[in-house]
Design a binder for this molecule. Structure first.
Ligand code: NCD
Ligand code: ZN
Ligand code: ZN
Length: 415
């Protein structure tokens, strides 16, 4: 099938240019002012911006024994609604993705159900280095907060030394969290120091072995300033938009790991985003039931509103268009080795968004495709949303409706 996008404004070579895009068999074939070839189908972009579709490198899909919270169908539909056509999913599932057998079962499950392309992290638990080295994924996740068991920094050294895969860290020190237990309140138990201890140790390990590592959901100025040239950094929407005063409104429903921080930390993250000192913005989509949230389960669903939030940041002039593309498309593709995605270039996969930059509205959590319906963004006034989503040359979202297909999503290891 040959598809042509007409009347588009495309961000190429750091500027917006009027262009047509020709797509053939999943990929971009040509970008030019005028394309003469006759397509099978045309899309009129109506002078709107066309940008690469988003890659969300931090997603909890749940499924397996936690289908009641979320599954591959609902999570991947939420992704499309958020303009995300590639998700990288985290291994803290039930059962945990810590060996090749479970990883392979997971890939099979996602192949049957996913509407979007997907990569999967294998989790490091301190004892499974062999499994990690032979796994069919280049993505490794390490939880220093005890999520997959209490991991020694000595074991992390071994992993960093012997593996050439991309290692992402949840940086909160489990010993510090344990010591703080009697403080009870979530943000006091998981205090800034818990993040700083873990960040210091893993940044030092990366430097010692001269290996690049990735640090998920950075929240504090002090830990940020400790990182070095071997660490790439992710921030989440929640830590950009909210501070710990959310606890006054929502109590334990505001729980998230790492916790929301004070205003000066939040403002520092925004400053770093504006100065290109951060590498990735991710959703950390972490669905729970309402009952679980009331009992304090940490995390929020966020895939459905990915595009609305990032385009609002652009409309607020916190991010430029170039930064949006760097943080949500180009850098995640580069850092996690996702081939031929994240940019609009000939031979790249035609993963594209047509943007309605001026569309305004109110976020309504009950409209989420995610099974999880509690977000502090409920009632938030956004400006900017997607109009059309294209994944590998197929239109998967148009006219406010998902028209993609279950099982169309591909494993990134097969691309
Ligand atoms: C995540 C989850 O629920 O799986 N929760 C969260 O608060 N971010 C776990 C995590 O990302 O650490
Ligand atoms: Zn985490
Ligand atoms: Zn997470």
């Amino acid at each position: 099938m040959i598809l042509k996008i007409e009347n588009a404004r495309v961000f190429i070579a750091n500027k917006i240019t009027y262009a047509e895009i020709l797509i053939e068999d999943e990929r971009i074939k040509k970008i030019a002012k005028i394309i003469d070839e006759k397509p099978d189908e045309k899309i009129n972009a109506k002078n709107r911006l066309v940008i690469p579709a988003f890659i969300d490198s931090h997603v909890h899909v749940r499924d397996f024994f936690e289908r009641y919270k979320e599954d591959y169908i609902t999570a991947s539909k939420a992704a499309i609604a958020g303009g995300v056509t590639t998700i990288l999913e985290m291994p803290n599932t039930k059962p945990e993705i810590v060996n090749c057998e479970i990883l392979n079962a997971r890939i099979e499950l996602a192949r049957k159900k996913s509407y979007v392309d997907f990569g999967i992290f294998i989790g490091f638990n301190g004892k499974n280095l062999d499994e990690i080295l032979s796994a069919r994924t280049n993505l490794v996740k390490v939880y220093m907060d005890g999520t997959l068991g209490e991991i020694d920094y000595k074991d992390v050294e071994q992993l960093v030394e012997f593996s050439d895969k991309t290692i992402a860290f949840h940086a909160e020190d489990y010993k510090r969290i344990k010591e703080n237990r009697e403080k009870k309140l979530h943000h006091l138990v998981r205090d800034e120091y818990a993040e700083l201890i873990a960040v210091k140790k893993i940044s030092d390990i990366a430097k010692k072995y001269r290996k690049r590592i990735h640090i998920c959901h950075v929240t504090c100025k002090d830990s940020f300033l400790y990182m070095n040239e071997y660490t790439t950094k992710e921030v989440t929407f929640h830590h950009i938009f909210f501070t710990n005063n959310l606890y006054e409104r929502f109590g334990v429903m505001a729980n998230i790991n790492p916790p929301l921080r004070k205003l000066s930390d939040r403002n520092f993250l925004i400053e770093m985003l504006m100065k290109n000192r951060i590498d990735i913005i991710a959703s950390d989509h972490a669905p729970h039931t309402l009952d679980e949230k009331i009992k304090g389960a940490p995390g929020f669903p966020c895939l459905d509103i990915f595009a609305k939030l990032v385009l609002t940041l652009m409309n607020y002039k916190i991010l430029t268009l170039e930064q949006v593309i760097n943080y949500c498309c180009k850098n995640p593709a580069k850092i996690f080795g996702i081939k031929n995605k994240g940019e609009i270039l000939p031979n790249y996969y035609a993963d594209l968004l047509i943007i309605d930059y001026k569309k305004e509205g109110i976020i309504k959590q009950e409209e989420f495709y995610s099974k999880s319906k509690f977000t502090p963004f409920d009632g938030f006034k956004y400006k900017g949303d997607i109009d059309t989503v294209i994944l590998r040359g197929e239109i998967v979202y148009y006219d406010n409706e998902i028209i993609g297909k279950k099982g169309y999503g591909k494993y990134i290891g097969d691309l």
